[in-house]
Design a protein around this ligand. Structure first.
Ligand code: HEC
Length: 119
């Protein structure tokens, strides 16, 4: 009897431990937004803008007096395939965009957020 009781307690605390890391209290959209703004590194929004429409990151003049501009592209309609490739740490060949170490679930949430942005 006591053993069964202990088992029950162990079982319920196990369930409880798992429910603590359950993100269902925020929606997938909100979770994606949170990661987009704060993805363990410089926020995507800093370069791609709050609404993922892209933005001018820098403009400068070369020694020859040419005007140069660096843009972060619009990403609100990027395909999942493209998104996954660009964001995977191994594949990042960008000289501007930082390398991120995001899990597949985190990538799915960010992609869901940027492609479903509320206007
Ligand atoms: C420091 C600025 C910067 C930050 C921060 C940044 N990006 Fe970028 N991103 C760029 C630039 C610039 C490009 C264009 C490719 C290049 O020049 O390397 C790009 C390209 C992309 C592309 C490819 C778009 C296409 O159509 O090919 C995706 C997708 C993307 N970024 C998503 C993200 C996400 C998601 C984050 C956050 C986790 C992020 N970026 C953070 C600057 C940035």
């Amino acid at each position: 009897m006591l053993f069964k009781l202990l088992l029950l307690i162990a079982y319920t605390s196990f369930i409880h431990a798992y429910s603590v890391i359950d993100y269902s209290f925020i929606t997938k959209y909100e979770y994606g937004q949170m990661l987009y703004e704060n993805p363990r590194g410089i926020g995507c929004s800093k370069c791609h803008g709050n609404n993922a429409q892209g933005s001018l990151i820098a403009s400068y003049k070369t020694s020859k007096g040419e005007e140069k501009r660096i843009f972060a592209p619009k990403i609100s309609d990027v395909s999942w395939e493209r998104f996954k490739t660009v964001l995977s740490a191994k594949e990042n060949k960008s000289s501007v965009m930082p390398t991120y170490f995001l899990t597949n679930d985190e990538l799915i949430s960010i992609h869901f957020y940027i492609t479903n942005l509320k206007k």
